[in-house]
Design a binder for this molecule. Sequence first.
Ligand SMILES: *[C@@H]1O[C@H](CO)[C@@H](O)[C@H](O)[C@H]1NC(C)=O
Ligand SMILES: *[C@@H]1O[C@H](CO)[C@@H](O)[C@H](O)[C@H]1NC(C)=O
Ligand SMILES: *[C@@H]1O[C@H](CO)[C@@H](O)[C@H](O)[C@H]1NC(C)=O
Ligand SMILES: *[C@@H]1O[C@H](CO)[C@@H](O)[C@H](O)[C@H]1NC(C)=O
Ligand SMILES: *[C@@H]1O[C@H](CO)[C@@H](O)[C@H](O)[C@H]1NC(C)=O
Length: 291
Amino acid sequence: MQIILKAILSVTASIVFLAAGGISAQPNNTYIRILPIGDSITWGYGSTSGNGYRLNLRKLLAGSNVTYHGHYRSGTMANNNNEGYSGKLIAEIETYVRGNGTLAEGPNIILLLAGTNDINIDHKSTTAPEGLDSLIDLVTTSCDDAAVIVSEIIPIGGVEQEARVQIYNAAISRIVAMRTGSAGGGKPILVLNMSDYVIAADLGDGLHPTDEGYQKMADGWLDGIKQVVKKGWLNANISDSVSVTSDGSTTAVLSISGEPATQISLGLNIEAELGRSVLAFVVVMGLGSVL
Ligand SMILES: *[C@@H]1O[C@H](CO)[C@@H](O)[C@H](O)[C@H]1NC(C)=O
Ligand SMILES: *[C@@H]1O[C@H](CO)[C@@H](O)[C@H](O)[C@H]1NC(C)=O
Ligand SMILES: *[C@@H]1O[C@H](CO)[C@@H](O)[C@H](O)[C@H]1NC(C)=O
Ligand SMILES: *[C@@H]1O[C@H](CO)[C@@H](O)[C@H](O)[C@H]1NC(C)=O
Ligand SMILES: *[C@@H]1O[C@H](CO)[C@@H](O)[C@H](O)[C@H]1NC(C)=O
């Protein structure tokens, strides 16, 4: 193990993420390209501005260089792009996302929340997990530079629907676990339990959040993005945004408002030299903190 670790260290640059805006001389060096994929909740239906969670999340990420991607434009915000297919089932979302070509826009973070329409319709609910399984395959194979945050669906008003929500959400961790860890190829995917943030009382119409609910969703996504950074999964697009110093170490800047001004040292491989697999190996072996 020691030898392997040394080998990794010798080719691994140490990347320092500085949290908190304004403290670095290299502002906005980490380019965060977010592709939000889902249904009307991603589109922002039910929010007064039409921005849904997206503007709130952008504000929480103030100080970082963030762009949203996707062929839809919805909401009053400037860069209001998304892939939020209102009323669509997971299988339809998969077809449209593939058809509209937005996976080629090079996101490094994908926010995926799909299944509410399937689960809301009783006879469609049983195939929802396999639909999500297939959609996750599509995004991970098309966007191998991206970390994928798969959100459990938010509550649905109605006792029967809510029971189906629980079953579907429990399946999501199993679907993701098949792709992560040493057995699953170490894919950078994490599950976010959005019910820790949004509760049934935050729904305006039994399906879509109110403005307050969308703010809570943004809080949830931010926590997910912080986890992605801590795991070293944010592809900082090194050639564009990272300066290499004479000792070979590199510095990337990620500013997340509300964070204390602490430094998190992460082992992050230089992709061109090593590929993601070594990073995945390091994370899987639990050596991230050693680096
Ligand atoms: C954001 O990053 C991209 C890619 O590195 C760069 O082209 C763009 O100028 C940056 N924008 C800002 C405001 O720094
Ligand atoms: C990043 O750029 C934005 C404008 O695009 C600016 O408002 C913000 O202060 C910058 N962040 C830092 C840390 O300098
Ligand atoms: C692209 O998205 C639109 C909705 O904006 C949808 O109607 C269309 O079928 C999609 N295109 C493809 C080729 O999937
Ligand atoms: C998600 O969180 C809620 C409340 O915080 C909990 O009731 C639910 O069981 C969790 N879901 C899963 C799949 O663990
Ligand atoms: C970095 O981003 C640019 C577009 O801004 C893209 O063309 C390039 O392929 C990206 N490189 C990596 C390593 O992701």
